[in-house]
Design a protein around this ligand. Sequence first.
Ligand code: ADP
Ligand code: ZN
Length: 684
Amino acid sequence: MEKYTILKKYFGYTQFRFGQSEIIDSILADRDVLCIMPTGAGKSICYQVPALVLKGITLVISPLISLMKDQVNALVQSGVNAAYINSSLTAGQYATVLRRALNGQYKILYVAPERLTTDEFIRLAEQLKIAMITVDEAHCISQWGQDFRPSYLKIIEFIERLSYRPIVSAFTATATEEVREDIIGILRLNDPVVITTGFDRKNLYFEVQKPTNKFSALLKILKRNSGKSGIIYCATRKTVENICDELNKHGFLATRYHAGLSDTERHANQDDFLYDRQPVMVATNAFGMGIDKSNVSFVVHYNMPKNIESYYQEAGRSGRDGDPAECVLFYSGQDVRTNQFLIDNSNENPELTEEMRQEVKQRDRERLKLMTFYCTTSECLRTYILKYFGEPSVNYCGNCSNCNTNFETVDITVEAQKIISCVYHITKLNKSFGKTMIIDILHGSQNERIHRFQLNALSTYRIMSDLPVHRIRSILDYLIENDYLMQINEEYPVIKLTKRYGEIIKDRKPVCMKLPKQIEPDKPRKTAALYDVDIRLFTLLKELRHKFAAAAHVPAYVIFSDATLRDMCRNLPQTNDEFLQVSGVGSVKMEKYADQFMGLIKTYLSGHPEIRNIQAIPIAQEEDRIREKEKSGSPGTYHAWTLAEDSQLKKEYNDGLSAREISAIHHRTIGAISSRLKKLGLKR
Ligand code: ADP
Ligand code: ZN
């Protein structure tokens, strides 16, 4: 069978995503590959599709038992013969899997790395025709990676003990240069095709908030995402406990996960989350590796993580189904101090020499600094992340809190001089203070410490009393980010001058920065309306899906993802052929589910004939809408066109209103109206 036929038949998709085709073709041309793709980009299909084309069996090495079970469940549901071998099997189950493998019953077998080099498994391997060995989460093989697993070293031992050499394909979401070289070197990949797809995840909305009350900010996010599934990451176990308890008191179905819980409780809670019994997970960063729940709609970081790698990986657990999802980070100065403390006091790897340890710490501090800048920058957040991963990108994405805030470029020359001269005078006194104290001096606080240190006698005391504190903080952050000042660790983080301070107070260099005009924290997410479907029908379809999932003992998304159900709402399929057109429906699932789902849709339609009139819009076209920013380039004004707005627009056009009149009704620019009319095929 050919790759497109397989993609539709088993996975229900008609198109490959960016990079997938190239990887599959390389494997089918007998090449080793190393594939680096962000979480949620669709790595599994890159080895599952060729596994079904190749003659023989594919072994997938994966670090986590829970992940294997889910992946195998999903494959079996789609009609692929697959199984797994790991420590969760009983002796009887293990024997059955081995026997079936020998009979050639499986195309894909997931194996835990520590199982590979047992004599029994090697004997089996010699009798099997292994077409490919796929190493998932391949960064686990590198000591440079964030998740080194010594058992991964058994993979190469296993490959070398075989009397033949299968194709080896390796996959990971995080790879710095060192990790990439390690994967190629340690796995002895044979002249591999290395494919790195872009790191951008267009459907994720990024936001940084600096709330005075984090918990009430969290409640707002949960309310606007009511009924949806999400993860809240906290820095400590204690915070996890508190937040989870509070959320339960407020009536949210939330569960928790951290390393302090018993194995049994962790598993139970994780399942509650996966099966949507408790759609909200409050967790430390111990949670999530290998969780590929597709319908996570939001990830909130209650505390700032220690680096951008961790942040992007954790935030990236949302929106895997391609639907819009939001990633919100709550920032506070305390988070920086906590992380700094953890870095200073970490002694994780006892094998390091003192010199290496210092080097690692230095690198961690540098990473923390760049994480902090993410929280304080007024530039496009997506651009910031992509640049961090070395990917060039335009400076405006239109789908992050910075792009959506109205910024103005402000001359801050005088403010910069005031702040820097304040730090200068403090330095003269042989003292150093943290950010808050410096702001207190400039703003003219009367607090006890100011008086104790007699800082009210400084010439810079109160010289910025006319500015709100948050503005002073933004400007101070900007000066640190741009290297005029620095934040270094003494007993606690303090602000010092850098070599460049003279440019500001001696050379009087003009400085400008972007500052928000006004903040509208609770603007509805602009992408929310994009995927408007009939919510009642969607809910009924979800209930039906739930029945099938419960009967099969699998999470709901293994039956159909939310994106697939939404596509059903749009297309309202009534024949098997139409059902097969729905994104995410392959022929096996069509056979299993078409009758019931179409039956439900038919009944619903007879009660609500009006929904037929809502024109079906394919997902791809909707994604176009997200990208369709106003070409004028003025940021902040773009928001998506909803179906209702489109139909209103058509009516106004047909009524003969001018673009100017329509523009006034919709609060959009004339240019935006004209281009929308053109897009809808309406032209005067
Ligand atoms: P990764 O392993 O890279 O984190 P997954 O393999 O779990 O990502 O894929 C993420 C989601 O994207 C899954 O729900 C998968 O079904 C979906 N997906 C993958 N490839 C495609 C495709 N070509 N078209 C549509 N959806 C896809
Ligand atoms: Zn942006």
